[in-house]
Design a protein around this ligand. Structure first.
Ligand SMILES: NC(=O)c1ccc[n+]([C@@H]2O[C@H](COP(=O)([O-])OP(=O)(O)OC[C@H]3O[C@@H](n4cnc5c(N)ncnc54)[C@H](OP(=O)(O)O)[C@@H]3O)[C@@H](O)[C@H]2O)c1
Length: 246
């Protein structure tokens, strides 16, 4: 049976991926802060007959001092973890985070430090076993620092750079690392934003992730058109870019 660990399992995109991944041949491990919510997801998957009841584990990305123990507990439960999907993330409005550094710090610690902390442990185990898959959900916001979202964006830029290096490190071990860069997605994270044509559904992103895993892609923009949007954005000369309101 394949074992799949989902970090940040209560996220809108993670729930969509869990629904698509669950099957009698897959043991899901849902990890996140709100265990009651994860219990609901697990019960729902079981009722729909999608496979064995997922395991639930408490995980806080910010509490990096607990990550070693968390990972040991996961391994004690399932012995081998075949695939890890990292979804957790924190986004506060730029204007608020500029006024209150604690909000900025929460994004930086969760999205970058927390991700590095847990994935370094996962990577070491997979490297030794010479098998595994790591999927990290970053963001198009990490491709260029924009005045409207650079505190969140820089945490995702760090994550994207980390995943790139990790991918290269794990090539000799045969462990694959996929970086996912979604654009706007209609989830609780964007609840306060006005929804436009560019917004995708979490199910679309989840399907795109699984397709990219199958195709062994290194980096995927979801939906695909964000690749072209970001290509334009990253090529605007800095002298012009710094004057835009993006
Ligand atoms: N929505 C978008 O437009 C968009 C675009 C690009 C990239 N992304 C990225 O996609 C990923 C999934 O986000 P989403 O859109 O599905 O948003 P979401 O539904 O708001 O999910 C975010 C999840 O992160 C979890 N989380 C936050 N801090 C955590 C911590 N310290 N420890 C453990 N879990 C923590 C939250 O858990 P709680 O329920 O406990 O708060 C929540 O379940 C995130 O990394 C996000 O940055 C989102």
């Amino acid at each position: 049976m394949k074992t799949v660990l989902i970090l940040g399992a209560n996220s809108g995109m993670a729930r969509a991926l869990a629904r698509l991944t669950a099957s009698p041949a897959v043991q899901l491990i849902l990890a996140g802060r709100n265990t009651k919510e994860m219990e609901k997801t697990a019960a729902d998957l079981e009722v729909r007959g999608h496979g064995p009841k997922p395991f639930i584990m408490a995980f806080d990305a910010q509490a990096t001092e607990t990550h070693e123990k968390f990972w040991s507990q996961v391994l004690a439960k399932v012995k081998v973890v075949d695939e890890v999907y990292l979804f957790f993330g924190q986004m506060h409005p730029q204007a608020e985070a500029q006024k209150d550094f604690h909000l900025a710090e929460e994004m930086l610690v969760t999205n970058y430090v927390g991700a590095v902390s847990i994935l370094e442990r996962v990577a070491a185990t997979m490297e030794e076993r010479k098998q595994g898959l790591i999927v990290g959900v970053s963001s198009v916001a990490g491709d260029r620092g924009r005045r409207s979202n650079y505190l969140y964006g820089s945490s995702k830029a760090g994550l994207s750079a980390f995943l790139s290096g990790l991918r290269s490190r794990l090539v000799p071990a045969g462990v694959h690392v996929l970086t996912v860069k979604p654009g706007f997605v209609d989830t609780p994270m964007t609840a306060g934003m006005k929804k436009g044509l560019l917004f995708a559904k979490p199910e679309t992103i989840a399907r795109g992730i699984l397709k990219a895993v199958k195709a062994k892609k290194d980096v995927v923009y979801l939906p695909f058109f964000w690749r072209w949007i970001m290509l334009v954005i990253i090529h605007i000369p800095e002298g012009m870019f710094k004057k835009t309101r993006l």
